[in-house]
Design a protein around this ligand. Structure first.
Ligand SMILES: [Zn+2]
Ligand SMILES: [Zn+2]
Length: 256
C-alpha cells in the first residue's frame, strides 16, 4: 500500500511538471479574432495564460492605395492593408510632378481671373544691353498694365470688364501656348519643370530650347527662358523671367 502511494505521488508530480512545462495541456480554444503585430497575424488561445497560437503567418499586403496625395510641398502617404487581418502599414510617397489633371487645373481660366504678371526681359547684343519690364495686374473686372524700357514707362488702366477680358485672354493664351503638359519633365532636385523640346515664344517669333517652369502650391509662379535670335543681321540673346503672383488677391484702385 505504501509503495502504491509513493508511485501515485510520483505520477502526480510528473503530471504537475508536465502541466508547468507545457502551458497548453488543456485543449486550446482559439479566438476567431486576429491578433497581430507589425509583421504577422495569428489566432491566440482564449485562455489568457496560454501562449499557444494558431494560423500564424506574415501579413499579406494588398497593392496599397494613396491615402494622402504627394504634392511638391509635402510627401504623400500610401497605405497597405493586410488582406487577411486588416492590419495597415504606410509608406512615404515622393512627389514626381503634377498629374495632367492638376496641371490643367493650374491653367484653368478661373485661375487667371485675378493675378499679377511681371516679365523682365534682358536683351544683349554687341555692346548693348536692353532691359524691359512689363507688369500686368488683373482683377475680374479690371486690368492694369505698365511697360518700362530704357528709363521710359507707359501705363494703362482698363477699368471695364470688356477691355480687361481682352487683355487677359491675350495674356492667358500666350501663357498656355508655352505650357503644354507633355512638353515638360519634372526635375525633383530643382523642383522645376524643364522643357523636353523647343518651345515657341509667340511674342518673339522664336523658339527656346531651355524653358523652365516653376509651380508652388499647384500654381504656376515662374517661367524662365533664354534664346538667341538674329534680327536685321544683329545677333540678339534674350533672357526672360516671368513671375506670376498674387493669385486671387489683386485689388486694383484707379488712384494707384
Ligand atoms: Zn491554450
Ligand atoms: Zn495580417
Amino acid at each position: 500500500m505504501k509503495k502504491f502511494l509513493s508511485v501515485f505521488l510520483s505520477l502526480c508530480l510528473l503530471f504537475a511538471l508536465a502541466v508547468t512545462l507545457s502551458s497548453c495541456a488543456h485543449e486550446c480554444e482559439f479566438s476567431s479574432e486576429w491578433s497581430k503585430d507589425a509583421t504577422s497575424h495569428w489566432h491566440a488561445c482564449t485562455d489568457e495564460k496560454c501562449t499557444e497560437v494558431a494560423d500564424k503567418a506574415d501579413h499579406t499586403w494588398d497593392e496599397g492605395k494613396i491615402t494622402t496625395k504627394a504634392t511638391q510641398e509635402a510627401d504623400g502617404v500610401k497605405t497597405f492593408t493586410c488582406t487577411v487581418c486588416a492590419q495597415t502599414k504606410t509608406e512615404t510617397v515622393a512627389f514626381t510632378g503634377l498629374s495632367e489633371e492638376d496641371w490643367d487645373a493650374a491653367f484653368a481660366d478661373s485661375v487667371f481671373e485675378n493675378f499679377a504678371y511681371t516679365e523682365d526681359v534682358v536683351t544683349n547684343t554687341t555692346g548693348m544691353t536692353i532691359e524691359a519690364k512689363s507688369e500686368y495686374k488683373f482683377t475680374k473686372d479690371s486690368a492694369w498694365y505698365k511697360m518700362t524700357m530704357m528709363g521710359q514707362s507707359e501705363e494703362e488702366y482698363a477699368p471695364d470688364k470688356a477691355s480687361a477680358n481682352e487683355a487677359r485672354s491675350m495674356m492667358v493664351a500666350s501663357i498656355k501656348s508655352m505650357t503644354a503638359y507633355g512638353d515638360y519633365t519634372y526635375d525633383a532636385a530643382t523642383k522645376t519643370y524643364k522643357a523636353n523640346k523647343a518651345i515657341n515664344i509667340e511674342s518673339l517669333g522664336a523658339s527656346a530650347s531651355d524653358v523652365t517652369l516653376t509651380f508652388a502650391n499647384g500654381k504656376l509662379v515662374e517661367i524662365k527662358y533664354a534664346l538667341s535670335i538674329t534680327e536685321s543681321g544683329l545677333e540678339l540673346s534674350v533672357t526672360s523671367t516671368v513671375t506670376l503672383s498674387d493669385y486671387g488677391t489683386v485689388v486694383l484702385n484707379p488712384a494707384n
